[in-house]
Design a protein around this ligand. Structure first.
Ligand SMILES: [Cu+2]
Length: 465
């Protein structure tokens, strides 16, 4: 059916072709060497553009498919200087099969890591393309080709949401240790937190990585985990080096102090002392509160304080500390996007455990089978709720924001997921009864594919041996 159309009136034709796209996409011309147009179509030369010889390319277009931070094409918008035939090289940087299907039905499929090409006619009015794998266009795999900035009807769907492209040269990320630190000894603790503004890889995969100019406490996102007990005094020396670009501050949720005293901002080159007594047990957030606080939190300035009861917590076999947070990617090498973090329906590019997307899927957290495992969990946000769940386990003990589900309670109740709004924390315990892998997710499942996936590995991870 698509072959009945010619390009005499390119704009109209493209629209018409787009309208019949769904019909032709299933059997569109797939052969890289074949033209989707009738061979020698006379109408092709009447378009008035620089058509050239039918089937003989006047240029090359490179388009790649990516899957992170969401499905899309790179670039999603291509501009050429003249209508005509082009060699289109399509590379699939993802882990799923994709194709590049033009509005005229030309389809270039590519398996993960593979490339293929076809010769495609770009009419004066431009054209559109998408991935015809079900759901992929809706997820953002659409794009346009314009001729001198003109055309490219939008029938292919909305532009991809991925506004930052992965960088194949991004350095590997630094694994953040998930093991909870031991209780600090003594009852008065002097802690120095030095602000460091630095580049950090927040995700690295086969399709490349994302580097952001983050703001940190002591050089890591999250900042260090501080572990004390009820009654302890914490003297935090906050240092903002002269080399910083911005003023910063700190706000400990484990403290009760005046906002306009301890929490005031200090300029580059300044220091201040923030002293408090840990009066209440729990998993507490600390963060920079300098305006706009949303940006300082979204760009990495948060961490966890564990306050144990004065008598301590019961002994367990393994302890981890996990902070959930979001990345709203700014351009490569720049800070996180405040405008993306500020909208009323925020859509983070990544939701992560301890600062880096998928790092504990790449590097599973090891335990012995049958270990009693305790996880201190904090949702640092800044915006998205967590539903913390470990697949294959039941939480037998949960202390969430002071509310305790205890082991051996009357009726033997358990917990499957712990809901944590931004700035809420919990202490959970569970046992992995057999060798194997137990994924850690937020059961808000739209975010699992955006970095909120980790693995606990019990024993050798293999239930079959
Ligand atoms: Cu700050």
């Amino acid at each position: 059916m698509g072959r009945l159309f010619v390009y005499g009136s390119a704009v109209v034709s493209v629209v018409l072709l787009s309208l019949i796209y769904i019909v032709v996409s299933g059997n569109g011309t797939a052969s890289p060497s074949a033209s989707p147009l009738p061979s020698g179509s006379a109408a092709a030369s009447s378009s008035g553009g620089a058509v050239g010889t039918p089937g003989v390319p006047v240029g090359t277009i490179e388009i790649a498919a990516h899957e992170s931070p969401s499905l899309g094409f790179d670039p999603a918008t291509v501009d050429v200087t003249a209508a005509g035939w082009y060699t289109v090289n399509f590379t699939n940087h993802g882990a799923l099969p994709h194709d590049l299907t033009f509005a005229d039905g030309t389809k270039i499929p590519a398996d993960p890591g593979q490339s293929d090409s076809a010769v495609v006619y770009i009419p004066e009015g431009g054209t559109t393309f998408l991935c015809s794998v079900p759901g992929h266009a809706d997820a953002g795999m659409t794009g346009t080709v314009t001729v001198n900035g003109a055309g490219g009807d939008s029938h292919g769907g909305p532009a991809p949401s991925a506004d930052v492209q992965p960088d194949l040269n991004a350095p590997d990320y630094t694994l953040y240790p998930a093991e909870a630190p031991p209780l600090m000894t003594g009852t008065v603790h002097d802690v120095t937190l030095t602000i460091e503004e630095k580049l950090m890889t927040v995700y690295k995969g086969t399709e490349g990585g994302y580097v952001q100019a983050v703001w940190t406490f002591n050089g890591t996102v999250p900042g260090p985990v501080l572990r004390v007990k009820v009654g302890d005094t914490i003297n935090v020396h906050l240092v903002n080096p002269a080399t910083s670009l911005l003023s910063h501050s700190i706000d400990f949720h484990a403290s009760q102090v005046a906002w306009n005293d301890e929490m005031t901002s200090i300029a580059p080159g300044e220091e201040k002392l923030y002293s408090f007594v840990a009066e209440y047990a729990g998993v507490w957030m600390y963060h920079c509160g300098t305006k706009p606080a949303l940006h300082h939190i979204a760009n990495g300035m948060y961490g966890m304080v564990i306050v144990e009861p004065a008598e301590g917590l019961p002994q367990v076999d393994k302890e981890f500390a996990i902070v959930q947070s979001e990345w709203y990617l700014g351009p490569q090498g720049e800070p996180a996007s405040l405008s993306k973090a500020s909208v009323g329906n925020p859509a983070p590019d990544f939701v992560v455990w301890n600062g880096v997307a998928n790092q504990y899927a790449d590097h599973p957290l090891q335990t012995a089978t049958g270990d009693r495992v305790r996880v201190f969990v904090l949702n640092a946000g800044p915006n998205i709720d967590s539903s913390f769940h470990v697949v294959g386990t039941i939480f037998s003990s949960v202390i969430k924001e002071g509310v305790h589900l205890s082991v051996g309670n009357e009726g033997n109740f358990g917990s499957q997921a712990v809901d944590l709004s931004p700035a809420q924390g919990a202490i959970i315990e569970f046992v992995m009864p057999e060798d194997g892998l137990y994924p850690m997710v937020t059961h808000a499942f739209n975010f699992v594919g955006r970095g909120a996936l980790g693995l606990f590995q019990a024993g050798d991870g293999d239930p079959l041996n």
